[in-house]
Design a protein around this ligand. Sequence first.
Ligand code: WTA
Length: 681
Amino acid sequence: MEVKDPIEMMKQEFNNYIVPKGWEAKIESLEDWNKFYQETVKDKESISRYWESWAEQIFWFKKWEKVLDDSNPPFYRWFVGGQTNLAYLCTDWQLQKGRKNKVAIIWEGEPVDEKGEPKEVRKLTYYDLWRESNRIAYFLKNRLGVKKGEVVTLYLPMVPELPLYMLALQRIGAGHSVVFSGFSAEALAIRAIDAGARIIITADGVWRRGKILNLKAIVDEAVKLCEKEGHKIEKVVVFRRVGNEVSWNPERDVWHHELLAEVPKNVVVECEKMGSDDTSFILYTSGTTGKPKGAQHSVGGYAVYLYATTKMIFDIKDDDIYWCTADIGWITGHSYIVYGPLMHGATEIMYEGALDYPDPSRWAAMIERYGVTIFYTAPTAIRMLMKYPEEIYLKHDTSTLRIAHSVGEPINPEAWRWYFRVFGKEKTCSSSTWWMTETGGIMTGHYPGRGKILPLKPGTNGPIIPGVTFAIVDDEGNPVPPGKRGYFVITSPWPGHLMTLWKDPKRYIEVYYGKYMHKGWWYYTGDFAMIDHDGWIWVLGRADDVIKVAGHRIGTLEVESAMVKHPAVAEAACVGKSDPIKGEIPLIYVTLKKGYEVSDELRDELRRHLRATIGPVVASDALITFVDALPKTRSGKIMRRLLRAVAEGKPLGDVSTLESEVAVEEAKKAYEIVKAALEKR
Ligand code: WTA
């Protein structure tokens, strides 16, 4: 697959309106949509009223006094004075609504038998969720002394215990910090230290493509790294998933099942009445510096935003079977596996393993097995499935799907069409929902929850959500015309907005509000986007030093600082390189210290080093290239645009705007040198 210019590719789709089969009578005119949208954003009062109408639909221990306090921007406080609890909304409230015996989660383990049928399936009802999270809450509180406001680190794979621990922590008013189980010991340690966690919850292992991955060993290593930094992990709770051998420190380690066994039968732990702007969780994400930042989310605003967007975008009804294929270690899993769907009393699928195990038809087989009606996945997964002959998917009946969205990165129209046709049978409402860890929930997309939809267009992110305003602007903040690339900014606060960055309010202001300070309080997304003549959004990719590898958000500086920790590496520069399947892959230019020779062995060693310091997410796809020197400006800044141009196989282009202090000849020379090095790989 050839990588084409994304702007041109998307512009070709501006007028390709597609009406999915069966939705003909539900198509809304653009005029009606705009009228509806404009009503919600007419002024500040309309915006508040709009979000208040959603808040009225969920349970509160105490009603809010004020919808939005924006007196100290950008520290917005939503539903001030209100009290609720995410665990209460996801469990107790569901029991009250008569869903006690309804299946909440159908979990499938990765291993299959000779016939290809899953060896392990667990079904948890809403009563199970409620009871088990109560029991976990009981020992967290009474045995491990977890207090309201404390943050506990979860390093768990895709097993039901992960949402159970999240709910248990919400129940007692503690925050969670979930670290994706594909991250390395070092990445885990950095996050545990920053969160101030004294407890890590993990599993013995997990199945991944037929092999057991020993997670406990990674945690042991992380605990050691924490200790080296003077941070003590007092307890490691281990869920026995696989039964693999693990090393054990009896003073520190404790089995999940042993803690459970001591809990009195049928305990009820009272739900903490959480203030609307108490913290529900932090989730680390990548930015443009080496240090990951902890996006800190609220209780009330987040709950309302998740309740609203889940309804708008997924339209989950009681008889739906919903499946979001994300890992709970990322925001998509937090919001649209755990909190959003459970708040709506959904029945959902959760899957432990790889999408192509035992073969790439696994997902199609699962959609058929459970009759999935709503599906949510990532473009990178779709492109990976597209590599195989369609017949393997057509063997399975996926015609139950009525909604099939994507998230995480731009979806190229070709992949959108394939997904819509092969999985969706041209019947699905399929949108590319744009949002970020920081936004808490979805911000763009088609809106089947209203009972009507706008026609689809391959590759578009659709209109912005009602109750939110945005602009696509140039560097100065002036709007750019349709079809032109600009920066994507959100110009009014919304309830899912992160509260701040954990322990770093200054950085919070700088990162999200620094760029357009002269225009007012505009949230800077860090994305390039354009609008079309209908006012719909087309996000083109990151405008900063963040890359999206298979939908995973990685800071190039994180990669660089990991690389230079290796004794052989003098300097490293990382840029994104387009990839037909992964979206982007990290291309890392490395210069070596004196005494080290370029060799394939060293390249392999650097890859292992990357795996150990960041994790397999980055390491497995990284292209490592040795160069004699990195192209730099006189003040020592790496010429990233030059490196990017080389990576994309593009000509250097207009050098005069490259870096004002670089001589044109020098830049051209550097370009040729780097290009030659890349070709030699
Ligand atoms: C990108 C993931 C285009 C974007 C929920 C954003 C997208 C970053 C889309 C946030 C989409 C997410 N179309 N780009 N539908 N969804 N992105 O925090 O660059 O992991 O800024 O949140 O993903 O990544 P994060």
